[in-house]
Design a protein around this ligand. Sequence first.
Ligand code: ADP
Ligand code: AMP
Length: 228
Amino acid sequence: MDAETQTHPVNLILLGPPGAGKGTQARMLTEAFGLVQLSTGDLLREAVAQGTPAGKVAKQVMAEGQLVSDEIVLAILKDRLDQPDTGKGIILDGFPRTEGQAEALDALMLDRGAPISAVISLEVDDEAMVGRIAGRYTCAECGEGYHDDNKPPASEGVCDKCGSTQFTRRPDDNAETVRTRLGAYHMQTAPLIDYYALRGNLKPVPAMAPIDDVAEKLTQIVKEVSDG
Ligand code: ADP
Ligand code: AMP
């Protein structure tokens, strides 16, 4: 299956702790299959940058590494879901993160007649996530993600995708906040693994492997759920 031959919209959730590779893999699936990446982290950072009322509340919470309230996150997600491009199929990256969000999502997707096709759980070791987050940076122009050791650009200081020489690092990507974010993941988000396992659409994927190997597994899953 590719973007041309896709049989019906595929709606995916990428589940995993900070640093698991959700954003990296979502971008790959966007390029390979034309799915639309919906990252609540990106949407919240936009709201913070624009200084919206929700962004003002979220700013401090995000800096501390805690979860933003379900109310704010759901409002932001609904707005984005309402845009017409999401009909092609979506990849939810960083959402849902609480059982309340998962239940709200079930209702939203039921309303849209667009059920979740698969929930991909990226299985990683917590300790390695600290190094992944500490070394993460992004092209300021096109958003391509890099890592100091694991995924440097082919030509040092130049984005592989768009040629820009400007890169950014997130203010919350520091060792202290990462610990809080991993704690929030285990307390509030990890229970969703059972939530989706009970509904029968959980696909666990070992994600300590190199980026391309994980990408291959995810490509296989998208093909299966799209054809099935
Ligand atoms: P998430 O969106 O889950 O927080 P990212 O996709 O931003 O995680 O990945 C975190 C960092 O780890 C990035 O710098 C990325 O380049 C790197 N990375 C992602 N997947 C892997 C992998 N399988 N092996 C090594 N490094 C990875
Ligand atoms: P991320 O970009 O996914 O690493 O998210 C960055 C930060 O945004 C998190 O540490 C939370 O503060 C906030 N955030 C992103 N998505 C959610 C969500 N679904 N629920 C609550 N908070 C979120």
